[in-house]
Design a protein around this ligand. Structure first.
Ligand code: UDP
Length: 397
């Protein structure tokens, strides 16, 4: 079992002053009841964020809960279509979709008595909950998606729900929309003590890789992501195939399927056709394997074509990996191109950077060091906690 950590444990990473600041900001909020609600307990970044965030908030004296919206597969099929459209995909906005969405959320509202001092709703799945309560306290909508260019049909449908909230949190300024309510911008961050991120011995890394039969005779090129088209796994395979004509390496695509993402299994199956001795595709739910791969990889890819933030990028950077990320949304915020990793906009660019990094261990080392420092300064979740405290503290009592 992972130990439960308090803010003092993070001092070694963030320093005394940051620890003091977080405690000071938490003090006036002690004993408040805060509720987070999203749509899955595992799989995907939001569940990772909430797992760490809710524990640390409690250790700071803020009574923080976490609930999950429940629904049948039909509901998650509709909400995944909304998710895709919010990231710019096409959608056929039918009355049936709206009916499924709104009625399942209504049922959840009946079962969930949200009488908290602050309610924080994550992503579109539980968004309309707010319409079912007589509110006495602030409600915040925290959207983790890449809102660079949302489909107008779905956006216009959701705006009346969004505008009932007291504030909206988005991951970067580029996602700002025309809304009547205040928009706040901050990214999530990673927990250095989580299973995915905590220190691992070389033996433990070997053991995990061996357990899953991952060959280590050639340098590893790795992408770890939910099986989702936005993560561009096909593009990763094409880039790898191109790079491999110049440098020997093995590609490992590891992913999981979140309970709120019904398309994952199909994306996974479509990738299986590419498997061979040097292209390993695995669907597993094992944070320690993610950790081991990010540590052992020569190159980590996150070649997304849309990405709200992309925790996997900071996770790999934290481990000193050389990361190649898609030049989009949240990844652009994390990687400084050419310094703490590479940003790419095409398969050819990705292939070229893979080859360059495989040939140049010094470059990998320099980028990895800069990457770890960048995450330490900007993308540890203690900073996210502090921003939540600032926001909660900003509401009138
Ligand atoms: N993850 C995991 N196992 C996998 C794939 C992903 O534990 O096989 C974790 C990953 O380490 C990260 C999260 O799931 O913490 C994915 O978050 P991210 O923000 O990168 O993407 P999302 O899935 O939310 O779009």
């Amino acid at each position: 079992m992972n130990a439960i950590h308090t803010i003092d444990d993070y001092e070694r990473y963030i320093g005394k002053e940051a620890v003091r600041r977080v405690k000071e900001k938490a003090r006036p909020l002690r004993d408040m009841h805060v509720m987070h609600m999203n749509s899955t307990y595992y799989g995907g970044g939001v569940s990772q964020i909430l797992a760490s965030l809710t524990l640390l908030m409690n250790s700071l004296g803020i009574q923080t809960g976490w609930r999950v919206v429940h629904g049948p597969p039909d509901f998650f099929s509709v909400t995944k279509k909304f998710h895709n459209a919010l990231q710019g995909g096409e959608i056929n906005m039918t009355g049936r979709k709206k009916e499924v969405y709104e009625s399942v959320v209504h049922e959840n509202a009946i079962r969930n008595h949200l009488d908290h001092d602050v309610v924080i709703i994550h992503d579109p799945q539980p968004l309309p909950l707010i319409t079912h309560y007589r509110r006495k306290s602030p409600w915040i909508w925290r959207c983790h998606l890449d809102l660079t260019a949302p489909n107008r049909k779905v956006w216009n449908y959701l705006v009346p729900f969004i505008e009932r909230y007291d504030a909206v949190i988005l991951s970067c300024g580029e996602y700002r929309r025309d809304l009547k309510k205040p928009q706040v911008f901050f990214t999530p961050g990673i927990d250095p003590f989580s299973i995915v991120n905590k220190d691992l011995s070389e033996n433990a890394i070997d053991e995990r890789l061996e357990h899953y039969g991952i060959p280590t005779d050639l340098p590893l090129v790795v992408q770890i992501s939910r099986f989702d088209r936005w993560k561009d796994p096909e593009g990763v395979i094409r880039a790898f195939q191109k790079a491999r004509k110049e440098e020997e390496c093995t590609l490992v695509l590891v992913g999981n399927v979140a309970t709120d993402d019904p398309e994952g299994a199909e994306v996974y199956r479509s990738l299986l056709a590419h498997r061979n001795e040097r292209i390993i595709v695995k669907s597993v739910q094992d944070g320690a394997l993610v950790n081991a791969l990010q540590r052992r990889a020569a190159v980590v890819l996150q070649k997304s074509i849309r990405e709200g933030f992309g925790l996997t990028v900071s996770e790999a950077m934290w481990k000193g990996a050389a990361v190649i990320g898609g030049n989009v949304g949240g990844i652009r915020q994390q990687i400084e191109d050419g310094k703490s990793g590479f940003l790419v906009s095409s398969v050819d660019e990705a292939a070229e950077r893979i080859v360059r990094l495989l040939r140049d261990p010094d470059l990998r080392g320099r980028m990895g060091n800069a990457a770890r420092e960048r995450v330490r300064e900007h993308f540890l979740f203690t900073r996210t906690v502090e921003q939540y405290l600032d926001l909660i503290g900003s509401f009138e009592p």
